[in-house]
Design a protein around this ligand. Structure first.
Ligand SMILES: CC(C)(COP(=O)(O)OP(=O)(O)OC[C@H]1O[C@@H](n2cnc3c(N)ncnc32)[C@H](O)[C@@H]1OP(=O)(O)O)[C@@H](O)C(=O)NCCC(=O)NCCS
Length: 151
């Protein structure tokens, strides 16, 4: 891929995070709404920026839990850059960082583009959660088990 790099976010990136998240508000994706939420997000998860030609075009975030499960807690590609493989590239990058880990994530059941992306990388749906984030919306719980996945 052309002039692409992945860089870890730091404490100074709260405004950038807010900007990227606010470009993505929709019923199928709960976003960060203010600077203090952006700061606590940066403190509680690893966030990786995707740069193209020195401009941030997306991000992925994850947390590593005590049982060594990796939870993908966020994935965004800015609208102008979607459907070009960048989202898949970011998720593949996280999988490559933890090739032997079980992975999990939640996604809105109507978020078809994200669900297809995750299926294509070996995630399967496990459960439907009624209202896990208190926004009145359901989520699909998806997992990826490296032992049973070939790609
Ligand atoms: C979901 C999102 C990250 C996908 O990013 P993207 O860069 O457009 O995805 P990719 O181009 O890497 O697509 C990878 C795969 O996803 C699927 N896909 C992507 N967009 C799709 C669409 N609009 N409809 C159906 N499938 C789609 C395809 O299966 C594609 O597979 P392919 O490699 O065979 O073409 C992006 O749409 C986004 O930022 N959405 C808003 C935030 C969000 O909902 N994040 C997910 C939260 S769990």
């Amino acid at each position: 891929m052309e002039n692409i790099s992945i860089v870890q976010a730091n404490q100074d990136d709260a405004e950038l995070l807010l900007e990227i998240e606010q470009a993505t508000e929709s019923i199928t994706y709960s976003t960060v709404k203010n600077i203090s939420q952006a700061k606590s997000y940066i403190n509680s998860a690893k966030i990786l920026w995707l740069y193209k030609n020195n401009v941030v075009i997306g991000k992925v975030s994850y947390v590593l839990s005590e049982d060594k499960t990796v939870e993908i807690t966020g994935l965004i590609i800015l609208p102008a850059y979607r459907k070009k493989g960048y989202g898949k590239y970011l998720v593949k990058h996280v999988i490559a960082l933890f090739p032997n880990a079980k992975m999990k994530l939640t996604v809105h059941p109507e978020n078809n583009s994200a669900i297809s992306l995750y299926y294509s990388l070996g995630f399967t749906s496990q459960d439907t959660l009624t209202n896990p984030y208190g926004d009145g919306e359901p989520r699909l719980l998806m997992i990826r088990n490296p032992a049973t996945h070939q790609k």
